[in-house]
Design a protein around this ligand. Structure first.
Ligand SMILES: *[C@@H]1O[C@H](CO)[C@@H](O)[C@H](O)[C@H]1NC(C)=O
Length: 358
């Protein structure tokens, strides 16, 4: 009783603004309730000073002096905290895609990144990119424009689906001109040091077919968790891309790299949008909120995953971000189902999260 009151007081205190960077709200002490969830907004709803603060926070995380890497032991190429996130995603790629825990794993990954941004002076919540607004012409998206637009024309890049770029982005805060450092960590499965710029090769046709409002509505209307999850995550071939793969492939270049896609900051806005759609599906009923199931063994074996047993995901399934995750290094699917901290019956500690989509 006393402990709970103390924790509530702490949370209440944390809600009061101060000159220091706002305290982290998306995780909260075990036993506390989520009373002041971070409000995740569409990118276009951010004020211009919030946008600038977001750019600066990403740059702060991608600075080897102020935010040196901590994952050099698993990926020798990393130099910055920003790259730690790329490396952790790269390390787990084969076991966290095309599986039942795909959405829960990425939910924790985003929440950890959101906390890191907030330790770099960003006071708002992780934004999302609702590209269903832009699907007629992805290339003309103002969100894409803020993030530097398409890559420069590269004669060697693929021209499929209307692509016209393929090279380094040349404008905006994440270009060389904008003061963004090259990514030190290699691409694909290369964990070594191989500096390179951010590239994009936007494919308008992919946006039109796979990122339109009908695709979101189709996923949200799925009656079961597994149908919803498979529809939204999608697969690797054109007929089954889904919004998840469609977003990666539609922008292509760096964010189209299965393993190291978090090197493009747009990754976080794309995945926040998918996470928003999951939360929207969950909101439809109490049963949806805590729905689990589906195999933890990848349904597509193209990434040569280790031999994972074909067992069903329960709310007790562990989600692990290793060194990257701090106090939430190990949590469970059950503690990630509600973005506002409630847990399914039987779970004795509160959830890991405290945010909502607006
Ligand atoms: C960044 O990498 C690109 C190649 O991807 C290269 O052309 C450019 O010179 C590099 N920039 C710096 C500052 O090293």
């Amino acid at each position: 009783m006393k402990t709970t009151a103390f924790l509530s007081a702490l949370v209440a205190l944390a809600a009061v603004g101060s000159a220091a960077p706002a305290p982290v709200h998306n995780v909260f002490p075990v036993g506390a309730t989520c009373s002041n969830p971070l409000q995740r907004k569409e990118w276009r709803q951010l004020t211009s000073s919030e946008k600038t603060s977001f750019y600066n926070a990403v740059k702060c995380l991608h600075n080897p002096i102020t935010k040196p890497a901590q994952l050099g032991h698993i990926a020798p190429g990393v130099r910055t905290r920003f790259e730690d996130f790329i490396a952790e995603h790269q390390r787990q790629t084969a076991t966290v895609h095309y599986v039942a825990h795909f959405f829960a794993w990425h939910r924790l990954f985003l929440s950890r990144f959101e906390q890191e941004l907030r330790q770099c002076g960003y006071n708002a919540a992780l934004p999302y990119w609702d590209y269903t607004i832009d699907t007629a012409n992805l290339l003309g998206s103002p969100v894409l424009a803020d993030f530097g637009g398409d890559g420069a024309f590269d004669p060697n890049a693929d021209r499929a689906f209307g692509a016209m770029g393929g090279g380094c982005i040349t404008s905006g805060p994440f270009s060389q001109a904008g003061g963004f450092r090259n990514i030190s960590l290699g691409e694909n499965t290369n964990t070594g040091y191989a500096p390179h710029c951010l590239t994009r090769n936007v494919k308008n046709l992919v946006g039109q077919v796979w990122l339109n409002p009908g695709r979101e509505a189709e996923a949200v209307a799925k009656p079961t968790w597994e149908e919803f999850a498979v529809t939204l995550e999608g697969g690797m071939i054109w007929d089954t891309l889904g919004m998840h793969s469609g977003g990666h492939f539609g922008v292509s270049g760096t964010v189209g790299d299965m393993y190291t896609s978090p090197a493009d900051p747009l990754f976080y806005l794309h995945h926040a949008n998918l996470d928003r759609i999951w939360a929207k599906w969950q909101k439809q009923s109490p049963a949806n909120l805590f729905a689990v199931g589906g195999s933890i063994k990848p349904r597509i074996q193209d990434l040569n995953p280790p031999n994972v047993p074909d067992i069903q995901m329960t709310s007790w399934f562990p989600i692990n971000l290793g060194v990257l995750a701090g106090i939430e290094g190990y949590t469970t699917v059950g503690r990630l189902l509600d973005t506002k901290g409630t847990v399914p019956a039987g779970h004795l500690v509160t959830g890991s999260l405290c945010y909502e989509y607006v």
